[in-house]
Design a protein around this ligand. Structure first.
Ligand code: PMP
Length: 451
């Protein structure tokens, strides 16, 4: 059984009322063979088979405006023609797919030059990995090696990856496993203004959360630390965006106690927050190490780590080897992504469109009591849903329903937060005004159906 649908951009697609057998098969294989840790979005999960720019398509040709980008990975737009051309060229020229840092290759050094040119002051060393988790593991190792200390201070509600060390620094129970080793880490209060752990409001805030980093060091370490790790906007934690003043205060504390400041830009990097390629630079955070992944490769599996020479130098004489880290195809895609972001003025666009989106969603707060808070920077936006604005009881089920309703109207968004009640929106940096209006309109319509 089929029917026709005219999508927002005028494209007519044929819809199948029945779930295609291939989706059924995929679900069966997943159910039978996948680890149960692999969860799915939507009651009827969708199979995405094609993508272009800000749109993705399922196997029946249904079009969705992609406002989450896999999971915050689509920075320059899906299948950007310049990246496609460069990939085709490499394949046609039989360019080596895999080589390692044991040999010379210009793709990795081209990327190194470019990323260092975008790094905050004082950062001039880099390395590449396959993922954000690996980049953070290397960051912990380098900071511990340089300081001779072991203790890592992280933030409650934070997320830094699924590998052992990164998971030890995860501030959310859902991601942790029974008997998860958490040695040599300790957690400070999250700079979560909407649910301030110190019951403060912006009017009477004295950066108690920043000061808690010092209290944490004083009360749960021997008085010296290897590093402090934080995301400049805490993505998985529910797009928690600390106030600007938080960062200099914390940096000072971390450095006073001998630690290195690790800025985890796995979500915020690649221009997502506008103005600069790295939010660490925009916020003038005196970070010693910056890690990246996700949008860095525009979907290619690449992570990166940047650090100051003083942290890199002590690593001399040790070996860090990552078989696929920095492969030519991956590094080429990351470099092209950076060039495209620059050439097509996406940093400005991310900033402007982010503000527009935030404003539009903030306006919806007048209509819908369900929206407790709108926050974020650039194109990394969170909308926290609550059952009651006074009690702030999390509205997790409503969050799931809102995602379903938006999907039915052709919009893909994400969710996160400790309570699973924060909608996450992170479209490609190419998003335009019309598409932003469409996101707001669909969310508005969907919220009206929920109320
Ligand atoms: N840091 C942050 C802030 C992240 O959001 C993530 C992934 N969600 C990671 C690290 C881990 O990255 P990956 O999944 O590529 O290992």
């Amino acid at each position: 059984m089929t029917n026709q649908k005219k999508s927002k951009n005028g494209k007519v697609t044929t819809l199948s009322k029945e779930k295609s057998s291939s989706s059924k098969e995929i679900l069966e294989v997943r159910k039978k063979h996948f680890l149960p840790t692999a969860t799915l979005y939507y009651k009827e999960p969708i199979q995405l088979t094609k993508a272009k720019g800000n749109y993705v398509y399922d196997e029946n040709g249904n079009e969705f405006l992609d406002a989450i980008g896999g999971i915050v990975c689509n920075s320059a737009g899906h299948n950007h023609p310049k990246i496609q051309e460069a990939l085709i060229e490499m394949i046609k020229n039989d360019e080596i797919q895999h080589t390692t840092t044991l040999y010379l290759n210009h793709h990795i050094t081209d990327l190194a030059k470019k990323i260092i040119s975008e790094a905050p002051n004082g950062i001039d060393r880099c390395s590449f990995t396959n993922s954000g988790s690996e980049a953070n593991e290397l960051a912990f190792m380098a900071a511990r090696h340089a300081t001779g200390e072991t203790m890592i201070v992280n933030l409650k509600h934070g997320y830094h990856g699924g590998t052992s060390g990164a998971l030890a620094s995860c501030g959310q129970h859902t991601w942790k496993f029974r008997a998860q080793p958490t040695a040599s880490v300790t957690s400070a209060a999250a700079p979560y203004c909407y649910r301030c752990p110190f019951n403060k409001t912006p009017e009477n805030c004295h950066l108690e959360c920043a000061k808690d980093v010092e209290t944490t060091i004083q009360t749960s370490t021997h008085g010296k630390i290897a590093a402090f790790i934080a995301e400049p906007v805490m993505g998985i934690g529910g797009v928690i965006a600390p106030p600007n003043e938080y960062f200099p205060e914390v940096t000072k504390i971390v450095h006073n106690y001998g630690g290195k400041y690790i800025s985890d830009e796995v979500q915020t990097g690649a221009g997502r927050c506008g103005k600069n390629f790295l939010l660490t630079k925009t916020l003038k955070i005196d970070a010693d190490i910056v890690t990246m992944a996700k949008g860095f490769g525009n979907g290619a599996a690449i992570g990166g780590i940047l650090m100051k020479t003083e942290i890199a130098e002590p690593l001399k004489g040790k070996l860090y080897f990552n078989t696929f880290g920095g492969d030519p195809y991956q590094t080429m895609q990351a470099l092209k992504t950076m060039e495209i972001i620059e050439e097509e003025n996406m940093l400005e666009n991310a900033f402007e469109m982010g503000n527009l989106l935030k404003q539009g969603l903030t306006n919806l707060m007048k209509k819908y009591e369900l929206i407790g808070d709108i926050r974020g920077r650039g194109l990394l936006i969170g909308m926290e849903l609550v059952k009651n604005r006074k009690t702030k009881e999390p509205a997790a089920q409503e969050c799931v329903e809102l995602m379903e309703l938006c999907k039915d109207k052709g919009l893909l968004i994400g969710k996160g937060g400790l309570f699973g009640n924060t909608i996450r929106i992170a479209p490609a940096l190419t998003i335009n005004k019309k598409q932003i209006e469409s996101i707001i309109e669909i969310i508005d319509k969907s919220l009206s159906m929920l109320s």
